[in-house]
Design a protein around this ligand. Structure first.
Ligand code: IMP
Length: 209
């Protein structure tokens, strides 16, 4: 991170103690808690502290992760970690991007969201490319307003029809480069070793511990 004069600033370290996971998704909270346990970090969820869920009004993954983490740190008086992720299709100028969850509609129908992705690529014509990437932004904020951000990604191709039921979201139509199967067909341990989330967490762990 650099300051207003372009000077490199040291990344702030995270000491042992309690950390708020600024998410109301129990699966995410559990997964992040497990990842951080070896570093002496005890996690508590935003829901357990009755913290409100802010509107994701940012225009980038980083901005949305930052606003969630900063609000949770401010209201709780503890450091807080938030993530924001999604699928970006190059032929669709990065859509669904930060709107990845919203493309599934109020009933969270990812069959519909995947069909929308495919139909939108098809509407671009036969020459439209199928390149895509997943992004995961992580923001770690402190109550004094300091924030560190990390962004991970994994590149691949959109495939059709959807394949596999091991993952979630857009996994059945995403085939990572260098592999012959979709994330939906991949064993979770294997996906977790190469995913956008794994990439972002590797960066965070290397920087703040
Ligand atoms: P959020 O970060 O909780 O807002 O989630 C964004 C959306 O992106 C999720 O609802 C998923 O649809 C999609 N997404 C994020 N990561 C993945 C992934 O690893 N596989 C499939 N879909 C994902």
């Amino acid at each position: 991170m650099s300051d207003e004069f372009g000077q490199e600033q040291a990344i702030r370290k995270l000491g042992p103690g309690r950390l708020v996971i600024a998410s109301h998704n129990p699966g995410k909270v559990r997964e992040i808690g497990e990842l951080l346990a070896p570093y002496g970090i005890e996690t508590v969820s935003a829901a357990a502290l009755d913290l409100p869920e802010p509107d994701e009004t940012g225009t980038t993954f980083i901005a949305n992760a930052e606003l969630k983490a900063m609000q949770a740190a401010d209201l709780s008086g503890l450091p807080a970690l938030a993530d924001d992720s999604g699928l970006c299709v190059e032929a669709l100028n990065g859509d669904p991007g930060i709107f990845s969850a919203r493309w599934a509609g109020p009933s969270k129908d990812f069959g519909l969201a995947m069909q929308l992705v495919w139909d939108n690529i098809a509407a671009k014509g036969p020459d439209a490319g199928h390149d895509a990437h997943f992004v995961c932004a992580l923001a770690l904020a402190w109550p004094d307003g300091h924030v560190e951000v990390f962004e991970g990604r994994v590149d691949g191709t959109i495939t059709w029809p959807p394949r596999g039921d091991k993952g979630f979201g857009y996994d059945p139509i995403f085939q990572p480069h260098g592999h012959a199967i979709s994330f939906g067909e991949m064993e979770p341990e294997k996906k977790h070793g190469m995913s956008h989330r794994a990439d972002a967490f590797r960066q965070l762990v290397a920087a703040v511990f």
